[in-house]
Design a protein around this ligand. Sequence first.
Ligand SMILES: *Cc1c(COP(=O)(O)O)cnc(C)c1O
Ligand SMILES: [Zn+2]
Length: 452
Amino acid sequence: MRPNAWFQCIRGCPERHPLSAILYRCPRCDALLEVAHDLAALRELADPAGWRARIAGRRGGAWPLQSGVWSAHELVQPHVAEEHIVSLGEGNSALLPAARHAASIGLGELYVKQCGTSHTGSFKDLGMTVLVSSVQQMIADGAPIRAVVCASTGDTSAALAAYGAAAGIPVIVLLPAGKISAAQLLQPLAHGALVCSLATDFDGCMRVVQRLSEDPTLYLANSMNSLRVEGQKTIAVEILQQLGWELPEWVLVPGGNLGNVSAIAKGFVELRALGLIDRLPRLVCCQAHRANPLYRAFARARAAGHPLREEDYQAVVAGPTQASAIRIGAPVSLPKAIRALHECDGLVEEASEEELADAAARGDRHGLFCCPHTGVALACLEKLIARGVILRDERVVVISTAHGLKFSEFKAAYHEGRAEFASHHQNRPVMLGAEPEAVVGAIHRLLDEAAT
Ligand SMILES: *Cc1c(COP(=O)(O)O)cnc(C)c1O
Ligand SMILES: [Zn+2]
């Protein structure tokens, strides 16, 4: 028997809606929906040791259940039949022990979860495989879906375009003109998506996409669609597997629309409900100072001495930040993120443009290759260590959300000294002639200089 799962209102309205329904919000109260699982049935299906063995056994096994997402098939989307799964080999990303970086910031144990080492170069693949597979299942069941559509800060559209192309489903993407990287614009173009560059910011694109999604033939792929969270929550499963099911004390996540921080918390909470872990790690949502509505709400609640509530939040107009994928002033998943922070005894921290760029550059010097969002998380980590919130002997996981190569303009500006602040770890090419003896001489002089 397949375990059941359904859409449910996060504010607790009693109705259960089938996952095959084209539905993004609660029909009764308009709140966000989430996927709820029949945990009793899942517990019956296997005991904790059985679940660990089942998931581990599929990894490295046959396509498509070898995927990091689909190896947890029953926990993710039990109603999607294996033949409708659209996988591009997502997940199974490294949990890198960043020993030199850890030592440089005085931390004993630091791991970087390399979610950007993925088909389209960001963690968005994890959610998109679930969403597009579910659409395949819906189409197979007769749903009149003509295309899937999303607004994006660049990585969601890249992932949707790739998975849509793999499935043969038309894709429409709405992008804020001039506010995403060149690689991010090229990805949906290359995959044949209909790319609409709108003269607005991400929050403006979101308003347009909400109107488009009133048309039931255009299926909405934004993270307001709670199917994506189901794929992204497997980040928690992978981290635990890679740590031998021993919990880290802290998990730091860059946050924009706040779907991922909610997803990772949901993963840990469900694993606890299944008995695979007995407590939860603490979560830190890391925001860029110029796009920090959750940080502001958190600071407001702390100053007032009460737990973070939705009433502490006010949307902001997000300013230009190098961390362009989290340039969001009105995060859609805010209520879920607040709940995630309560469940996981969480914190919110922020990083300035200079802090995030320098932290990313320091990571690069230690063998990482950080996108600016990962730079935000690394900068927040340093600040929390300095304040004594994260202790030096605690085990920390930083979620790296994208591949640094998608953000070459960010790195070029930093190393060419074109940033709006001093680049403390700038590195420039040395111009030399082609005379071999002169090059050898110059290299030794430069090595001597570097050593002094
Ligand atoms: C989407 C994205 C984020 C933010 O994730 P949310 O779920 O929107 O909070 C962070 N970093 C990168 C690289 C992203 O693409
Ligand atoms: Zn409701």
